[in-house]
Write a protein that binds this ligand. Structure first.
Ligand SMILES: C[S@@+](CC[C@H](N)C(=O)[O-])C[C@H]1O[C@@H](n2cnc3c(N)ncnc32)[C@H](O)[C@@H]1O
Length: 341
């Protein structure tokens, strides 16, 4: 598969303008969302170039694809034809109008993937386009089953609604937050990892224990960290006889640790711990030489303009072949080697 401008997100050569393609949901994510929202009739309000509609059409009997931009709606039609789906009613109109509501009034689920406005002062559910709050107000008397995408970095306190917050990571990066209402809500918070579609839900799990630094450390998937599900992950692993402990971290960088090597789809990366020292260039270099390092990857808070300067200082004089990762937490650094899966 070539990685041209379409195939980064789609397996077929979709038709779109630049903006439509940028806003489109990647096929692999759209497939997951469509499976989770499988129903008889679904309405996608603000369907863009149809990235999500195509996969709703494969899972559901009928899809309403609503879009206010005629050019994008045209692309959506062509893209549905390209993917061989013909059970979509395309509606050119404003998602917030009574006319549109009337046309989709037999939908079982109302879905929207709103765009972020170019000039937003504060990211809220009101200033997305179409606005999530406006849709909830207008469509709640049709169905309680609503689902929305929202920016994953939006602080949870700005989403003070009774819904499931599902964070999704794609190829190790936080990709989106989806809010599920009504009977679509299965728990308070959840995390999904794609590819693989493995999912973890919030429960009353005992708080993950903090541990000393063992021989192995793990970076959990960002969706697990963002959904605050480290304790649930620890409990899940404990159920399979594997103990994992919390070492250190924050929302940007978290490490779990265990004395024996374990695996989980909820780990982004696994590392062998080689040692730890102070946040001091000469002490770190000493360890790097001992471990026959040749290259380093810096995994601590550092100003972007300082990254290469520091990295070159650390690599200067190293003659080994190993690439080592240096995690930093305050005054401490942990030197590790990534375990290839
Ligand atoms: C993030 S894009 C949707 C992308 C889509 N999920 C895809 O995969 O192609 C949001 C879309 O909502 C449309 N939109 C914004 N406000 C709307 C409104 N009030 N009524 C209908 N469409 C609207 C925008 O034109 C934009 O195409």
């Amino acid at each position: 598969m070539t990685r041209d401008k379409y195939t980064i997100k789609f397996t077929q050569p979709v038709t779109s303008n630049k903006e439509g393609l940028q806003l489109a949901t990647p096929e692999i994510v759209a497939k997951y969302i469509a499976k989770r929202l499988k129903t008889e009739i679904i309405a996608d309000l603000g369907c863009g170039i149809g990235g999500q509609v195509i996969f709703f059409a494969k899972e559901c009997k009928k899809v309403y694809a609503v879009e206010r931009n005629p050019e994008k709606l045209e692309y959506a039609k062509r893209n549905c034809t390209l993917y061989g789906v013909d059970n979509v009613d395309f509606i050119l109109g404003d998602a917030l109008s009574e006319d549109t509501k009337e046309m989709v009034s037999d939908a079982d689920i109302i879905f929207s993937d709103p765009a972020r406005p170019l000039s937003e002062k504060e990211r809220t559910l009101e200033n997305l386009e179409p606005p999530v709050t406006g849709i909830i107000k207008l469509y709640s008397d049709i169905t309680a089953e609503l689902a929305f995408h929202a920016p994953p970095q939006m602080p949870p306190e700005r989403i003070n609604l009774d819904c499931e917050h599902e964070y999704l990571s794609l190829n190790g990066q936080l990709n989106r937050l989806t809010l599920y209402f009504g009977s679509l809500k299965e728990c308070e918070r959840s995390a999904v990892v794609i590819p693989g579609e493995t999912r973890l839900c919030s429960t009353e799990a005992p708080v993950i224990k903090e541990g000393p630094l063992f021989d192995y450390v793990y970076e959990p998937e960002p969706s697990v960290v963002k959904a605050n599900l480290l304790s649930e992950l620890a409990r899940k692993l404990a159920g399979t006889g594997k103990e994992i402990l919390y070492y250190k971290g924050n929302e940007k960088r978290t490490l779990l640790t265990s004395p024996g090597l374990i695996n989980s789809p909820f780990f982004k990366d696994r590392y062998l711990v080689l040692g730890r020292t102070e946040m001091d260039i000469s002490k770190i270099k000493e360890k790097l030489r001992l471990e026959k390092a040749g290259k380093v990857v810096l995994r601590f808070d550092i100003k972007p303009e300082k990254y290469w300067e520091t990295r070159i200082k650390l690599e200067n004089g190293l003659s080994g072949t190993r690439t080592l990762h240096i995690f930093g937490f305050g005054d401490e650094v942990v030197i590790c080697e990534k375990i290839k899966s």
